[in-house]
Design a protein around this ligand. Structure first.
Ligand code: AMP
Length: 549
């Protein structure tokens, strides 16, 4: 017997309708190249999304073929309008990461067969190089008003504000199937071509519901949320959906997302209560605050993910600014949230060092995502807090295949329908997961695994260290041993011996790196992650000093 409840489709259109009715006056504040601070309401934003939908129809875009609409844009109100105007029309918004190599950008636009591109003026020069090779792109729309349209070598540019001004703000949103695609984001993988993850309306709604929960991002109408994760990568962790769902205010920081002063001003003047981003963004903010002797007075909490959160982000945010830090983990293939760190009852009464140890773990399960760790034979491993295994996930916002995937590639899921994340993790009895490495980066020393992430975290906690990377280099006896690469702070007096001595008592003695090299820069991927593969290639012939047997 089936239940007798309505078969209402889970659509992004329903967030738009709900927010228009229930939070019409909630604000969106945005920084763009033509507005130092633009301010309007959800009601005005969605009226403009309807104009945009009319404009897309006038350009000949067709929902029947789920036409793809590319964006190369910062976090701002026009990008927000595109998120809704495109997806709710039955089209697919393809957010493109402008930090990818230009060959990769060209590849993904052609692979996605984007018909129209909406581009921030700052990113036009990227397109100028290979516009002639974009066979499916019929129009390029610049996200600007006429007055601020940039000079460009491209001569077929449309102006966003003119496009909207020519349209009515009434549009009948189509009824869609919840499984229909709504958005597309390519991975920023370091090997091979980027792969497209195609989200559905249903996956996006379920992800937004779950991430808004109190033990996740705890979003509410009283919040003012400033995502410092880009809207061009994994939908800014779903914030453009989950915040309108809960009725909060949104602050979209535009191009200045790594500018400490700009962020401080926005946080204080707009009364931002919650923010999200990768560790480097918050390290930059903390650095600026320290140099300028300023304190955050409004911010209550931040979610830090995308890379392991250093201890000092947690401690300085709490002690100097009263901000609680929640570590989180996920990936493009997971929309992206997988786990988030909120403590369970009485855990905050544990000794401070124990609380910190727990907070440094990436977090615990979010209802909707199943997680497990397995050994090389695919046997599930215990949740005991110290057994390492390949981290696998399953759930309605996890991808089951890549968009137009290579037919010769190995299947995306294993035979039981689990997705192998490529991360190595431990899970403790309370369900707190700790990422110890990417499977490609873990250091295999004498048959045992050493976590490069834990060594990097230990190194960056040294007051003289700006950034650190640890890679495995070959060793005649142990097969691999850790090599530490360090960028020192400008004024730091730090010798190699000091650096290695720092690890004593902080990690197992056999984990201590065999050598350290001071460098001036470290390579990063388009999403700010360390490019360990490039480092391994660079140090492939590195000879480690002789170590005692
Ligand atoms: P992306 O798909 O570009 O978002 O990258 C996802 C990958 O980033 C994950 O598979 C992890 O390797 C890494 N990652 C994400 N969050 C964290 C975190 N909190 N700590 C360590 N690694 C992370």
């Amino acid at each position: 017997m089936q239940g007798l409840m309505m078969d209402t489709q889970l659509l992004i259109t329903s967030i738009l309708r709900f927010a228009e009715k229930n939070s019409p006056t909630a604000e969106i504040v945005s920084v763009t190249h033509d507005h130092a601070l633009f301010r309007y309401t959800y009601s005005e934003a969605f009226a403009r999304s309807r104009k945009l939908a009319n404009a897309l129809a006038a350009l000949g875009l067709d929902a029947a073929t789920s036409d793809r609409v590319g964006t190369l844009a910062w976090n701002d109100h026009r990008h927000f309008e595109l998120y809704y105007g495109v997806s709710c029309s039955g089209l697919v918004v393809h957010t493109i990461n402008p930090r990818l190599f230009s060959e990769q950008i060209e590849y993904i636009i052609n692979h996605a067969e984007d018909r129209v591109l909406f581009v921030d003026p700052a990113f036009l020069p990227i397109l100028e190089c290979f516009r002639h090779k974009l066979s499916t792109v019929e129009h390029i729309v610049v996200l600007s008003d006429r007055e601020h349209m940039p000079e460009s070598k491209l001569d077929d540019l449309l102006c966003y504000e003119e496009l909207l001004a020519a349209q009515s703000d009434s549009f009948l949103w189509p009824s869609l199937d919840e499984k229909q695609a709504c958005s597309l984001c390519y991975t920023s993988g370091t090997t091979g071509n980027p792969k497209g993850v195609l989200y559905s309306h249903r996956s996006t709604i379920l992800h937004a519901y779950a991430t808004a929960l109190p033990d996740a991002m705890n979003l509410a109408a009283v919040d003012c949320v400033m995502p410092l994760v880009p809207m061009f990568h994994v939908n800014a962790w779903g914030i453009p959906y989950s915040v309108p769902m809960t009725g909060g205010k949104l602050v979209l920081a535009g191009q200045g997302m790594a500018d400490g002063e700009a962020l401080f001003q926005l946080i204080e003047t707009e009364r931002v209560t919650a923010s999200l981003g990768v560790p480097t963004i918050f390290l930059a903010l903390l650095n600026w605050l320290e140099l300028n002797d300023k304190n955050l007075t409004r911010l209550q909490r931040i979610v830090v993910g995308g890379a392991a959160c250093p201890e000092k982000v947690i401690s300085v945010m709490a002690e100097a600014h009263g901000v609680s830090v929640h570590h989180g983990w996920g990936m493009t293939e997971m929309s992206p949230m997988g786990v988030i760190n909120t403590l369970k009852p009485s855990m905050d009464e544990l000794p401070a060092s124990e609380v910190m140890r727990l907070r440094l773990r990436q977090g615990r399960g979010l209802f909707g995502v199943e997680i497990k760790i397995t050994d090389d034979e695919d046997k599930e491993l215990p949740w005991d807090g110290h057994t390492f295994g390949a981290l696998k996930v399953r759930g309605p916002w996890v991808c089951m295949d890549y968009y137009r995937s290579d037919p010769d590639a190995s299947p995306t899921l294993d035979t039981d329908g689990w997705f192998n994340t490529g991360d190595i993790a431990t899970i403790d009895a309370d369900g707190f997961m700790l990422i110890t490495d990417r499977s490609k980066d873990v250091i295999k020393s004498g048959g045992e695994w050493i976590s490069s992430i834990e060594l990097e975290n230990t190194a960056v906690n040294h007051p003289g260290v700006l950034e650190a990377a640890v890679i495995g280099v070959s060793h005649p006896k142990w097969s691999e041993r850790p090599l530490l690469l360090v960028i020192k702070k400008a004024d730091a007096e730090l010798s190699k011996q000091d650096m290695l001595a720092w690890f004593e008592g902080k990690v197992a003695s056999w984990w201590v790196p065999d050598a350290v090299e001071f460098v001036t820069e470290l390579p990063h991927t388009a999403t700010g992650k360390l490019q360990k593969r490039a480092l391994r290639e660079l140090y492939v012939d590195y000879v480690l000093p002789q170590t005692p047997e």
